[in-house]
Design a protein around this ligand. Structure first.
Ligand code: ATP
Ligand code: MG
Length: 274
C-alpha cells in the first residue's frame, strides 16, 4: 500500500522533474572509470572531448588534480564547467578521451536536490548500500551543524540548511573527490560566507580533492590551492594560489592574482572607490 502510494505521489513531489536526485548526488555505483594510475592524483583527464550535436563544448581537455588539492574552476557562462563536472561525476558518459577518477566521489550542486518526501537524515544516506544508517547520517549532520534537524522535512529547512544537508550527503560517502558546482550560488552573502568557511573546515578535516565551480574570483582565491580558467573547451590557465591562510582580501598578492584572473575572464578589476 505504502509503496504504491509512493509511486503515485513521487512524480508530483519531484523537486526538479527529469532529475534523479540519487544519481545527481553521485550516489550511483562507479562506472567504467578507473582511478588514476598514479596514486598521487585524484583526477587524470587526457584528451577529453564532449560535443552536443555540432557544439563542441570540451575539446581535447587535459587535467590533473593531485589527491587532496582544493581546485577552483572559473570560466565564462556556457564555457563547459558543469559539463566537465558532470563527466567527472559519471553523470555524462558520451565522451571521447580518457577520464580517471576515484571510485569514491560525491557531488553537490547549487540546488540541494533533496527528496521532499524523505526526512533530512534519510536524504543524507540516500542511495548508500545496506539499511539506512541513522547513526552515520547523524554523524555527517553533526559535522555541518545540523544534528538537531535530522528528523525534519526538507521543506522546513532554510536555503543554507538545505545546502548544508547536501554537503552532509556528500561527506557521508567519504569521497576522495568532491565535486561542487556553484554550491553557494543561491545563498545570501552572510550564509555564503559561513558555507565557504564550512567547506574549508570540512576539507581540512577530510582532505578530499575538491573541484569547485564558482563565478566568484574572490571566493576562488579565499579557498583554493589552485585556480583554473576554462576557455575554448580546455583548461586555458592554471595558477597556484600560494597565499598563507587565513587569507586577506587586501593582501597585495591576493589583489594582483584577483586582477589577473578577472582579466583572463574578460572582466576589468573594479577601480577602488574613493
Ligand atoms: N544536455 C545538453 N544538450 C545540449 N547542449 C548542452 C547540454 N548541456 C550543456 N550544453 C551546452 O554546453 C555548453 C556548456 O554548458 P555548461 O552548462 O557546461 O556551461 P557552464 O560553464 O557550466 O555555464 P554556467 O556558468 O552558466 O553554469 C552550453 O553551450 C550549453 O548550452
Ligand atoms: Mg554551470
Amino acid at each position: 500500500m505504502a509503496s504504491s502510494l509512493q509511486r503515485i505521489v513521487t512524480p508530483v513531489l519531484d523537486p526538479e522533474p527529469g532529475i534523479d536526485p540519487a544519481a545527481e548526488a553521485g550516489l550511483e555505483p562507479a562506472s567504467g572509470y578507473r582511478p588514476p594510475a598514479d596514486p598521487r592524483l585524484a583526477v587524470s583527464v587526457r584528451g577529453l572531448t564532449r560535443a552536443f550535436a555540432s557544439n563542441t563544448v570540451i575539446d581535447r581537455l587535459d587535467l590533473d588534480v593531485p589527491a587532496g588539492q582544493f581546485v577552483v574552476l572559473l570560466g565564462a557562462s556556457g564555457c563547459g564547467k558543469s559539463t566537465l563536472l558532470r563527466i567527472l561525476a559519471d553523470l555524462d558518459t558520451e565522451i571521447g578521451g580518457d577520464v580517471r577518477v576515484p571510485a569514491r566521489r560525491a557531488v553537490a550542486f547549487q540546488s540541494p536536490r533533496l527528496l521532499p518526501w524523505k526526512r533530512v537524515w534519510r536524504n543524507v544516506v540516500l542511495g548508500l548500500p545496506g539499511r539506512p544508517d541513522r547513526a552515520r547520517a547523524a554523524a555527517a549532520l553533526a559535522e555541518v551543524g545540523l544534528e538537531a534537524r535530522a528528523e525534519a522535512w526538507p521543506k522546513t529547512l532554510s536555503g543554507g540548511e538545505a545546502q548544508r544537508t547536501s554537503l552532509a550527503r556528500a561527506l557521508v560517502r567519504e569521497p576522495e573527490l568532491l565535486l561542487l558546482d556553484e554550491p553557494f550560488g543561491a545563498l545570501d552573502a552572510l550564509t555564503r560566507l559561513k558555507a565557504q568557511d564550512l567547506v574549508w573546515r570540512l576539507w581540512r578535516r577530510h582532505r578530499p580533492a575538491v573541484l569547485l565551480v564558482t563565478h566568484d574570483v574572490e571566493e576562488a582565491l579565499l579557498l583554493a590551492d589552485r585556480a583554473l580558467v576554462m576557455k575554448d573547451g580546455v583548461i586555458a590557465h592554471s595558477v597556484d594560489v600560494d597565499l598563507s591562510r587565513p587569507r586577506d582580501v587586501g593582501d597585495p598578492t591576493f589583489l594582483a592574482l584577483r586582477a589577473d584572473l578577472l582579466g583572463r575572464l574578460g572582466v576589468d578589476a573594479p577601480r577602488s572607490v574613493a
